[in-house]
Design a protein around this ligand. Structure first.
Ligand code: SF4
Length: 367
């Protein structure tokens, strides 16, 4: 393939290069329909905002899977956070998490009933709130993938205040890719791997999944041409019958990833099975706080009975959207009773959720 390689932000948005990539994609279009799945809300925003689906050849679909951390946080963890907040604990978390429907209420609704729920930008902000409130327990409700988990690990390993606790609900991407591709009935032809997660874990972390399931995985950046280039590499692999890991984002991602961040993760957490909202339990896809740090583990220090939360509101197709078996427009509630101002399911709450992104930018423009 002799396509031009993007090298700078200016070139990455160059319309002429985009047209060249589009014609390259058409030339390499596979004879049969293929479904390529990415697992990244930032990818979905770039694809939708720049109308990239309009450049894809007939039969090539690119869908978002479980790439929105807010969307995949299970109700059982959300309900725990709500119970802690209603029980008098200060609960700190990222903004979107406060609006996600739990079994009964959201964290924002709990706050309206008097609970002390605070939005923070980082786990260290939550630790600071703990320092400022020595007489109160402060729980950081930690969500997100390998990109945000090292920040939580760094705070846990930095002797946080005794009244600081972490309710850990972090998730890992490679086990999710394995679960998706192993799950019939929808055949996933290839994955675009998220660039920011890959800066931490490295492109090599996907190799076991690519080899075991014979599925191409291409690490992609976030500029429009990054994504088109990664799709071109996917189509070339499919045409040549290869199933390999390729790195289309070498200006940020290495084969090994960020060793220091990986060390922090290994020192603070151990892998565990984890429930993904709308999907179920995925083996080895979560991070549990290591026993030697259990004094800062909310599940250890402040156990609350977990409810069997309702993961799927009536009529909501989030499960199918998260499994890349449906797109938001397939849901009868989309743009009708479900909007960002009154979300029915989690995919409409998070700014990286597929339904939220499609609501703001449209999903499949016909340009
Ligand atoms: S539009 Fe709303 S109800 Fe439908 S799948 Fe998306 S979040 Fe669920």
């Amino acid at each position: 393939m002799t396509e031009p390689r993007p090298t700078s932000p200016f070139e990455l948005r160059d319309p002429g290069q985009a047209r060249e990539f589009a014609s390259l994609l058409r030339r390499h279009a596979p004879p049969d329909p293929v479904r390529i799945v990415h697992v990244c809300g930032t990818h979905e925003m770039a694809i939708a905002q720049h109308g990239l689906r309009s450049l894809l050849p007939e039969g090539v679909e690119v869908l978002e899977g479980p790439g929105c951390p807010v969307c995949v946080t299970p109700t059982v963890d959300l309900d725990r956070a709500v119970k802690l907040a209603l029980g008098g604990v200060i609960v700190c978390t990222f903004g979107d998490m406060t609006r996600v429907p739990g079994t009964r209420v959201t964290l924002a609704e709990a706050r309206a009933h008097g609970a002390d729920v605070r939005v923070v930008l980082s786990p260290s902000d939550a630790a600071e709130i703990a320092r400022q409130n020595p007489g109160r327990r402060v729980v950081f409700f930690a969500v997100g993938f390998e990109t945000t988990a090292p920040g939580t690990a760094a705070v846990l390993l930095d002797s946080p205040p005794e009244n600081f606790l972490v309710l850990a609900s972090h998730k890992l991407i490679p086990p999710a890719l394995a679960a998706l591709v192993a799950e019939p009935p929808v055949r996933i032809a290839a994955f675009l791997a998220p660039g920011h997660v890959s800066t931490i874990i490295g492109a090599g972390a996907y190799r076991p999944v690519a080899e075991r399931y014979r599925v191409p995985i291409v690490v992609a950046g976030f500029e429009p041409l990054d994504i088109l280039y990664a799709i071109a590499l996917v189509l070339r692999q499919l045409r040549e019958g290869r199933a390999e890991v390729e790195n289309a984002y070498p200006r940020a991602v290495t084969e090994e990833g960020n060793r220091r961040a990986q060390e922090l993760l290994a020192q603070a957490f151990e892998p565990s099975d984890a429930v993904w909202r709308g999907i179920g339990t995925i083996p080895g896809s979560g991070l549990r706080i290591r026993p030697e740090l259990s004094r800062w583990d909310a599940t250890h220090e402040l156990p609350v009975a977990a409810e069997e939360g309702e993961d799927k509101p009536a009529g909501c197709l989030c499960s199918e959207v998260l499994l890349a078996r449906a797109v938001p427009a397939d849901c009868p509630l989309f743009r009708a009773s479900c909007t960002p101002l009154s979300p029915v399911g989690p995919c409409m709450v998070g700014s990286e959720g597929a339904c939220n992104v499609w609501y703001r930018y449209g999903g499949r423009p016909d340009l």
